[in-house]
Design a binder for this molecule. Structure first.
Ligand SMILES: NC(=O)c1ccc[n+]([C@@H]2O[C@H](COP(=O)([O-])OP(=O)(O)OC[C@H]3O[C@@H](n4cnc5c(N)ncnc54)[C@H](OP(=O)(O)O)[C@@H]3O)[C@@H](O)[C@H]2O)c1
Length: 344
């Protein structure tokens, strides 16, 4: 046992940001056989962490207390027996869904992703949940060609800005819904912002595309919104649902969302209008295709290293400020993504 005090955030009970508390441990965790101990440099934050905190995320069955944190980036600190593929000091990353808000953790050596050296840790952690979600939706859920146009909802958020930047790299024309305070950010990625508070985005897409519609819509807002997004599609286009933000904020009922799913995954697929629909979930896709997930994260880390990507890191905050960061996310007040510096 190594008597080095270290800290992590603990969710003490489901509920508000005040349930996130900093806890100090007296000794470092020891890696078992085929495991590594990781010194976590950065942890990502985002809307998904806040719904896990409230107990509204179907993919987490564990009851508090636990350490939240969907993804992390760090360096190997110690090797368990039998590990030959990694060395202390190697950069690694993972998406455990919970567990990232910590200074140290133990992980299976075969699960973590060995990343290139020399990355900015705040930018690197954006490549995991936010950018891989965006990348897989753009390239694995859809068949888009340069010159195609897409609509991105929540375009000023963590996944939204990732979609904007990657779509620009793929040569797509992008429209994005966001509140007016995030329009400059949306424009900075070469996209056209639509203020969803003051404008009917269906009419606006109709106007902006000359009535043709877009080849894909990425919609995390919810069932009622999915119906409106469907109306924005060109023939041959695809609506990808990937969340139900308005359910978690209370703006949509469970019944409304279920009806939305019935249309997204059933009714609309039967319509002979040439449009497609689907729902994307990064966690279940990784479980089915683990190598694909590794390949996609590595592609994005490499692009980051080459300077092709500049994620919208709004702020880097110390680990101890996790509760305050959740307050900002709950208020919809984060342009891009806030990253936690776990060693600050
Ligand atoms: N399925 C998956 O695999 C997967 C993976 C990652 C994330 N997600 C989901 O993706 C969503 C976004 O996550 P995130 O971390 O990027 O969130 P985020 O950074 O917190 O962004 C969410 C933003 O959505 C905007 N918004 C709220 N209502 C809106 C509406 N009606 N129309 C358009 N924009 C609206 C708000 O900004 P403004 O109102 O100020 O514009 C808010 O800040 C969450 O629901 C998350 O659970 C799903």
């Amino acid at each position: 046992m190594t008597a080095t005090p270290w800290q992590h955030i603990q969710l003490t009970a489901l509920g508000g940001p005040e349930m996130l508390q900093l806890v100090t441990e007296p000794t470092l965790p020891e890696p078992g056989p085929a495991q590594v101990r990781v010194k976590v440099l950065t942890a990502g934050t985002g809307f998904t962490d806040t719904i896990i905190r409230r107990g509204q995320y179907p993919g987490v069955k564990q009851k508090p207390p636990f350490t939240p944190g969907y993804d992390w980036f760090g360096v190997v600190d110690a090797l368990g027996s039998g590990v030959s593929t990694l060395q202390p000091g190697d950069c690694v990353a993972d998406m455990p869904v919970i567990g990232g808000y910590t200074q140290y953790l133990v992980a299976d050596a075969g699960r973590v992703i060995h990343c290139p050296a020399g990355l900015n840790p705040a930018e690197a952690v954006c490549m995991i949940l936010s950018y891989t979600t965006a990348w897989q939706m753009l390239t694995r859920e859809c068949s888009l060609q340069p010159g195609d146009s897409i609509l991105v909802h929540a375009a000023g958020g963590a996944v939204g800005t990732a979609l904007l930047e990657l779509a620009r790299e793929l040569g797509l024309t992008v429209y994005g819904t966001a509140s007016s305070g995030k329009h400059e950010l949306v424009r900075s990625f070469g996209a056209t912002p639509i203020d969803y508070h003051s404008t009917d985005f269906v009419a606006e897409i109709n106007r902006l595309t000359g009535g043709r519609g877009v080849q894909a819509v990425f919609d995390t807002i919810g069932g009622h919104n999915w119906a409106r997004s469907y109306r924005c599609l060109a023939k041959g286009g695809k609506l990808v649902g990937f969340g139900a933000l308005q359910l978690t904020t209370g703006e949509e009922s469970v019944a409304g969302l279920l009806w939305g799913f019935a249309k997204l995954l059933g009714l609309w697929r039967c319509l002979p209008d040439g449009r497609q629909t689907g729902f994307y979930n990064i966690q279940s896709r990784r479980e089915k295709h683990p190598q694909e997930f590794r390949d996609d994260v590595m592609t994005l880390m490499q692009w980051l290293k080459e300077g092709r990507l500049h994620p919208a890191v709004a702020e880097v905050r110390p680990l101890a400020e996790a509760a305050e960061v959740h307050r900002l996310i709950d208020a919809g007040a984060v342009p891009g993504k806030i990253v936690l510096d776990c060693q600050a």
